[in-house]
Design a protein around this ligand. Structure first.
Ligand code: BGC
Length: 746
């Protein structure tokens, strides 16, 4: 088709679309103003107030549910959370419809990795580096949640995390700002689908704004003390990407940032988010975080906390009651202007209009739709595919994996071999019946019907007892191969689940030792929400699959990988340390003036005397059952320097040199060789997923453009700087296969 012929038509169409959306916005603004003009001060404050439902989630429930319904009827509540299902949400919306102005409620929920169907935890999904698949996963979550009365998710969590001790590392996309930004945008697009107003779209909420992942020592809720440069370079990019993707809402965070609680931080909320990024949605506090400015020592009481928060740009109060109890008085005392409240209420009402809630407050509440949309077979298939892509093969000595389906006996050993609901991991909802989730034991049996499977638990997750060892060793001795299902308990990661010791818990590694000593081939499955430490296993087990928490289809996905129906392709989005003392450890660090030439170079290695600097597993690492060659076949060329808006193309040939069809994630890193301020030793700037049959080759081409070379200078201006750059292409951040330099001129 000759697209050029249609160019004028396309131009007219897109101008028309822009015009129509501006007109629609205009119309909504008029409707918002009309509602606002009828509202009393108390009703305005009510819209800025959000209550939890009737069960205790991540904080104390402040009121009995009957009282809350009463307050909703008085127009004193704008949104609720943790009310799910059409019957329950209807009860609350009915109450809102009895209020004077009948302003519909918003129903928020932590739809973090699936709703009825549980998808892999977000950190696991990030291992797929499959941006489209991640978007599809959120589309399914939104389709299910929106059919159950929910119209707002407190997701995605886009906090960069460089510290695996932090329990909430499981909720994000890992340590990299570039990958994190792509995933942030994909999740927003997934939740919001074709746009708010569509019945299957729910509002996304980028959280926790900002820098919550940099909590000192990895202790949840702790202070964050980072430079403005690090804030802008590392922690803000995924938030910016979420805002640009159209995230309807943002949530601020529990931490203080350089001495100012994020909740009361007007630089973050007013200056960066609402002014520089031109964000048009609204900001909700984290659970009780307005009131928490009191124990922080930032506000004397709730009266002052409310004043600070509203002035800082926090539009809605989740569960601290600071707004509902104080905003009216603050206005009457002349401390806060009505105009300031109007701004917040406008933002909230606008979203309610955009979602069509004023036209039909019950549009998300429909039992028939709920019944038909939940747990659809095609959604389960998507969950299985996502789970397969989330698994990372860390080791596979002598090609032990995939296993043959002809093996006579396989011993399955370990505390998680028969786990069902545990596979869902933290932040999953309890809608799915546990018996629906296949255990690894069941899925292996189904996949290899000729093999006899014997199960021994060996030890419990956190056990100090060796009582189960003997039976496990006996079972191993009688088997051809042993599969061990080991890991953390699902509630060892998540909110308030930071750990000082992130080794494989209890006596599990001793159990692995005892089984490996039988001389049988051992495959270790590691299930967890964070990178764990397991050095003995890494050195001595024959094969290791890091499976994280894979959700509803975990057992099936693991069986598919073990028997080769799926060739593992996951790559780590976060660095695995050798031990806790190396933390924080991340690939995109700055160089010192004494970088390591070798680990023996005592005065020049800037390392510990008792450990190398390298991690156990680097960012971007992950094996396949096949192998890939990166061939610099002379097509790897450069037309440096890059001037103005010129681009530079770099090609090479990727060849599948192994026996299996498989997918490689080719990673492109760039380093600015001389820079003020300093730039990291490498930064991910692009990647491509390439699927090849055995023996197949394909030319892979990357395009480098100026926009990949921008960074924040000392004045926080986003600039490029002329000079030499190194481009590195490889299979992991520590497995670079091809290198070239190029120049950027002004
Ligand atoms: C968490 C948020 C969550 C909220 C509502 C808070 O404790 O920090 O991430 O969205 O609770 O459940």
């Amino acid at each position: 088709m000759n697209y050029k012929r249609f160019a004028p038509v396309l131009l007219v169409l897109s101008v028309l679309a822009l015009y129509n959306s501006a007109k629609a916005q205009d119309l909504i603004d008029k409707k918002v103003d009309s509602v606002l003009s009828k509202m009393t001060l108390a009703e305005k404050v009510g819209q800025m107030n959000q209550y939890n439902g009737d069960w205790e989630a991540t904080g104390p429930v402040t009121k009995a549910v009957g009282d809350k319904l009463g307050e909703i009827k008085q127009g004193r509540v704008g949104a609720v959370l943790n009310i799910m299902g059409s019957a329950h949400t209807k009860m609350f919306q009915d109450a809102a419809m009895q209020s004077r102005l009948k302003i519909p409620l918003l129903f928020g929920q932590d739809v973090i990795h699936g709703y009825r169907i549980t998808f892999p935890i977000p950190l696991a999904e990030a291992c797929s580096w499959d941006i489209d698949a991640i978007e599809r996963a959120e589309r399914i979550a939104a389709t299910e949640a929106s059919a159950s009365g929910i119209n707002w998710t407190f997701s995605p969590m886009v906090d960069i995390a460089r510290d695996p001790r932090w329990g909430r590392v499981m909720e994000g996309a890992g340590e990299d700002p570039y990958l994190g930004s792509l995933i942030a945008a994909a999740r927003v697009h997934g939740f919001q689908g074709r746009g708010l107003g569509n019945i299957d779209a729910i509002m996304a909420c980028a959280k926790h704004f900002a820098a919550y992942g940099a909590a000192i020592g990895g202790r949840d809720y702790n202070s964050v003390d980072i430079s403005m440069h690090t804030l802008w370079e590392v922690y803000l990019p995924p938030f910016k990407a979420a805002a640009e993707a159209g995230a309807a809402t943002f949530m601020n965070s529990f931490n203080d940032l350089n001495g100012t609680p994020a909740t009361g931080n007007s630089y973050l909320q007013r200056e960066v988010l609402k002014k520089i990024w031109n964000f048009k949605g609204f900001v909700v506090s984290d659970w009780g975080s307005i009131g928490e400015m009191i124990p922080h020592g930032y506000a004397k009481d709730n009266y002052q906390a409310a004043e600070i928060a509203v002035k800082a740009g926090n539009d809605m109060d989740m569960e601290s009651r600071s707004y509902i109890d104080n905003l009216e008085k603050l206005v009457n005392d002349g401390k806060v202007s009505v105009a300031l409240l109007d701004e917040s209420v406008r933002r909230i009402l606008r979203k309610k209009f955009e979602m069509g809630l004023f036209d039909d407050p019950y549009r998300y509440i429909n039992p028939a739709r709920e019944k038909s949309m939940l747990n659809r077979p095609q959604s389960q298939e998507e969950a299985k595919s996502m789970a397969q892509k989330s698994i990372v093969l860390l080791k596979n000595n002598n090609q032990l994996l995939p296993l043959s389906k002809e093996l006579k006996t396989v011993a399955l050993i370990g505390p998680l071999g028969k786990a069902k609901k545990e596979q869902k991991g933290f932040w999953s909802l309890d809608i799915e019946p546990n018996e629906d989730i296949p255990s690894v034991f069941e899925s292996l049996q189904k996949a290899a019907p000729k093999t006899q499977f014997v199960y021994q638990y060996g030890c419990n997750i956190d056990d100090q007892s060796h009582a189960g060892f003997a039976a496990a060793v006996e079972a191993a001795k009688k088997a051809d191969v042993v599969v061990m299902a080991m890991g953390e308990a699902p509630d060892m990661t998540g909110e308030a689940k930071s750990k000082a010791n992130i080794h494989l818990p209890g006596v599990q590694e001793e159990l692995i030792k005892a089984i490996v000593e039988t001389g049988k081939p051992v495959v270790v499955l590691l299930m967890a929400g964070r990178p764990m430490i397991f050095n003995w296993t890494a050195d001595n087990a024959n094969a290791i699959l890091y499976t994280w928490w894979l959700g509803s289809q975990g057992g099936n996905a693991i069986a598919d990988v073990i028997y080769g129906a799926y060739n593992p392709s996951g790559k780590l989005p976060i660095t695995f340390p050798r031990t806790e003392g190396q933390i924080p450890i991340y690939y995109n660090h700055l160089n010192t003036g004494r970088p390591a030439a070798s680990d023996k170079d005592v005065f020049y290695k800037s390392a510990y005397i008792d450990l190398p600097n390298s991690p156990r597993y680097a960012f971007g690492f992950g094996l396949s059952y096949t192998s890939f060659d990166y061939i610099d076949d002379g097509v790897f060329y450069s037309t440096t320097p890059i001037k103005d808006n010129e681009t530079l193309k770099i090609s090479f040939t990727l060849k599948n040199t192994g026996k299996y069809a498989g997918e490689e994630t080719v990673q492109l890193y760039i380093r600015d060789l001389v820079s003020q301020p300093l730039r990291p030793v490498k930064e991910l700037k692009d990647f491509k997923k390439v699927f090849l049959q055995p023996g197949e080759s394909r030319q892979v081409t990357f395009t480098i453009s100026r926009d990949m070379l921008y960074f924040y200078n000392d004045n926080l201006q986003y600039v490029t700087q002329p000079g030499d750059f190194q481009v590195m292409i490889g299979s992991a951040s520590d497995d670079i296969r091809l290198k070239r330099t190029f120049e950027l001129t002004n």
